[in-house]
Design a protein around this ligand. Structure first.
Ligand SMILES: Nc1ncnc2c1ncn2[C@@H]1O[C@H](COP(=O)(O)OP(=O)(O)OP(=O)(O)O)[C@@H](O)[C@H]1O
Ligand SMILES: [Mg+2]
Length: 172
């Protein structure tokens, strides 16, 4: 008898996408920007070089913020103020945060975190206990992709904030 793998647990609201180039990843970021508002937290997961910062670059473009988004590896967080009247984008590399995101309050970022859009790379184990409401994006390199440009992306909205948000606009 053939063995079938059990179906993975799947929220009705999850969105799964295949992204085939860095440009498409940026475009996904630009679309995500339309869904986000002040107070939102976006958690990006995926291995080194998965495309978390590339996605954030598109997000910054879509939000219309100042400054190019780059890898924040040598700073913990970088603030990109809005060029218009939108919220600032706070881009966090949590890799070097030993504790949780509450440590960010000590960084003196000169910005109100609850009034910002916060994007966190490497936030696993650090943001979960702080917020129940967040958008999670998991990016993985496609196995066996010889071009190394194909990524599988899963977007999951957690909490009341995301309950009624239609994520399918991201793939339109
Ligand atoms: N489909 C794709 N989406 C995103 N990036 C891609 C894709 N295909 C190739 N790349 C390349 O992969 C690299 C992704 O780098 P990026 O800095 O965005 O990753 P990261 O997940 O932020 O890594 P780190 O964990 O080091 O912060 C870039 O060089 C980019 O050009
Ligand atoms: Mg990065």
């Amino acid at each position: 008898m053939a063995m079938e793998a059990p179906a993975a647990p799947h929220n009705a609201g999850d969105l799964e996408l295949t992204v085939t180039s860095p440009d498409q990843m940026r475009e996904l970021g630009r679309r995500l920007a339309k869904l986000l508002r002040a107070g939102d937290l976006l958690m990006l997961s995926g291995e080194l070089g998965a495309g978390k910062t590339t996605l954030t670059r598109g997000l910054g473009e879509g939000m219309g913020v100042r400054g190019a988004v780059t890898s924040p590896t040598f700073v913990i967080a970088r603030v990109h103020p809005s060029l218009g009247d939108g919220p600032p984008l706070v881009h966090v590399d949590a890799y070097r945060l030993s504790g949780g995101l509450d440590e960010m309050e000590d960084l003196d970022l000169d910005v109100s975190l609850p009034e910002s859009v916060i994007v966190v790379e490497w936030g696993e184990g650090k943001v979960e206990e702080l917020t129940e409401e967040r958008l999670q994006v998991v990016i993985h390199r496609a196995v066996g992709d010889t071009t190394d440009e194909v990524r599988h992306v899963t977007v999951t909205g957690l909490g009341e904030r995301w309950a009624a948000v239609d994520l399918s606009v991201l793939s339109a």
